[in-house]
Design a binder for this molecule. Structure first.
Ligand SMILES: NC(=O)c1ccc[n+]([C@@H]2O[C@H](COP(=O)([O-])OP(=O)(O)OC[C@H]3O[C@@H](n4cnc5c(N)ncnc54)[C@H](OP(=O)(O)O)[C@@H]3O)[C@@H](O)[C@H]2O)c1
Length: 229
């Protein structure tokens, strides 16, 4: 994937975020600071979410979940970040993200009561992103890329440095099967102020999970490349 593909993919301007909690709003703040427009939704109607966003993600647009995909596909890079707890994923309609690049920023916490399709994958020790791709991908569905799950919300703003050259930034991992989808996500991560490293296809996302060596660790590109497949 060429650097120009990555750079070009990073210039489109509306990104959607599903979930307006700790992760969703911290991601929104970093994107907004980088000049990216953010559409965000939660279980609450847009009007009810507005006050929360004024405090936690000023400048983000509150939208209905059904609007997220169409708005980023028409006015942005077609990227939606999934920042909803995995135990709630049965309530997320795959139609909301159809046709987008879906950044799976979720994690498996073993105290959550997971949907059956996700628990089955976890029981088989498969990466949770593969189950998420099974649920939200498929024909006409989303292209899933695992990213942004391994940085804690309280570290996101402090460690995002768009003003620094790539080599001096925090490196962040991504894993995905589709080259173009990965290029879009890398473009977004560069704009946000990180140094993105693709570890491999979606199965490589396993190493990014909470019990893996990357989780909540501030690393550089060379550290991440050791885990690339
Ligand atoms: N917290 C972190 O540092 C961090 C960092 C990276 C990744 N993550 C991962 O991101 C996921 C979310 O974590 P969190 O800490 O942000 O959780 P959280 O603070 O509990 O926020 C969850 C958000 O998801 C929304 N939501 C729940 N069901 C929904 C649905 N059906 N449709 C739309 N929105 C829905 C909630 O809506 P309401 O606001 O209306 O309740 C809330 O805004 C987890 O898998 C977590 O592991 C977290």
């Amino acid at each position: 994937m060429s650097e120009s593909t990555v750079a070009e993919a990073g210039t489109s301007n509306v990104v959607g975020i599903l979930g307006a909690g700790r992760a969703g709003t911290a991601l929104a703040r970093v994107m907004l600071a980088a000049g990216i427009q953010v559409d965000i939704c939660s279980t609450r109607p847009p009007k009810a979410l507005r006050h929360h966003l004024k405090i936690y993600a000023p400048g983000a647009e509150s939208v209905w979940p059904e609007e997220v995909a169409v708005r980023t596909l028409q006015r942005g890079a077609g990227v939606v970040v999934l920042a909803v707890p995995q135990e709630e994923l049965d309530e997320v309609d795959p139609e909301w993200v159809a046709g987008t690049v879906l950044v799976d920023a979720t994690n498996t916490w073993h105290d959550e009561l997971l949907p059956g399709w996700l628990q089955a994958a976890v029981d088989e020790q498969l990466p949770s992103s593969m189950a998420i791709a099974g649920r939200f991908g498929g024909s006409g569905g989303a292209k899933v890329v695992k990213a942004l799950n391994h940085i804690a919300h309280h570290d996101l703003e402090e460690t995002a440095h768009p003003e620094l050259p790539l080599a001096q930034r925090r490196a962040v991992a991504l894993a995905g099967d589709d080259q173009d989808a990965c290029a879009r996500v890398m473009g977004l991560l560069v704009r946000m102020g990180f140094d993105p490293v693709r570890l491999g296809g979606l199965p490589a996302g396993k190493i990014m999970e909470p019990d893996g060596p990357l989780f909540h660790r501030s690393l550089r590109r060379d550290d991440l490349l050791r885990y690339a497949t």
